[in-house]
Ligand binder design. Sequence first.
Ligand code: SF4
Length: 421
Amino acid sequence: MRVYFEAYGCTQNYGEARLMQQAIASRGHTIATTPGDSDANVLVTCTVVETTERKMLRRMRALAAEGKPLVVAGCMPAAQRDLVRATVPEAKLLPPRKWPQIVDLLGAGTVCAERAVDEEAQQGAWRDAIVPIAQGCAGRCTYCITRVARGRVMSYPLEELAARIRGYVEAGIRDIKLTGQDTAAFGLDIGRTLADLLRAVTAIEGEFRVRVGMMDPLTALPILRDLVNAYESPKVYKFLHLPVQSGDDDILNAMKREYTVSDFERIVREFRESLPEIMLSTDIIVGFPGETEDAFEKTLNLVRRIRPDIVNITRFSVRNGTPAASMDNRVVGWRAKERSRRLTRLRMEISREIHESFVGQRLGVLTTEPGKLGTTLARTDAYRQVVLTSEEPIGEFGVARVLAGREADLIGELTLTESGT
Ligand code: SF4
């Protein structure tokens, strides 16, 4: 059987899409590269905002029109089951927590044991490993449909995760990404913490880097000291993805984020005090119902104060079935757009200034993927992206001299490779 996969959304969703592909390949089947040359198609959906939902519905219809068995996986079958059923009645639905059932759903039992072993050993053509560590979150955010889709926290066993990562490292993978809707919620249901997991992972022998995915301030706060200590391992990228969502406590309250702006600032401060090189990425929603000009100004001031390296900006989008969908003090579209533009200008200015300050420095890097026009993409120890001006092998450590800083990345030349040349 040839199975085509198409995935959208967050790293977690891509991670689950890969696990499904590995499960299919390990039964001796083949992963098709286009829906045209497959025997069955799998769409791994995201529904984080309304525009994404519309795109997913278009893709569902297009894949159904191929006339082959279709599985709709990812968040929509959990959060919008009826909508998916009405759009593609012939499709089979596979919510996120049930992804291991992909094999049974496609009727894809093992066809060739020898081939299966081969496929598993190859790990596909991926040069990094995406490792979902838990499903769901501990929050009650009033705007979030993911909560409906992914439910409460369900962590994968720590020992199983460590064993899987050991396997990736032994197979030569050096770029490991831990993902979850909220990585700091890992272990809440099994009496373990993200810090425990990081200690277990960084104890694995070998040269590799671990990137920790998004963590919620709500769950990061109670384990803060231990977490900062665990981050001190050179194997952990000094990268903190901590979404604040708003710089105004009243809006945070209406969002039911269950922390304050000063809690967020405390987490950032403690990380920066121990690990000054840390790169901070945050997320902000503009135009949440009830966001006044004054509240938005507070968000701008927070960004000026904290100077995050990255700010992911989303305009508030109504998601049916969430409490925020029935809030009536909406911000009109043009105003939300204008706020988004102002915040974007500010964040670009800050990112450029930060990146320009690196010019002339030499930074340790790990090459991660080929770039455009003979370049290579690499990551520094703080997970900053560097575009290297030459073609280099992937998965190698080296030292790069920074030639220029842009809003999104650095430009650099490799001055020393792992082999010392
Ligand atoms: S968890 Fe959120 S971002 Fe990730 S796929 Fe689901 S809806 Fe999209």
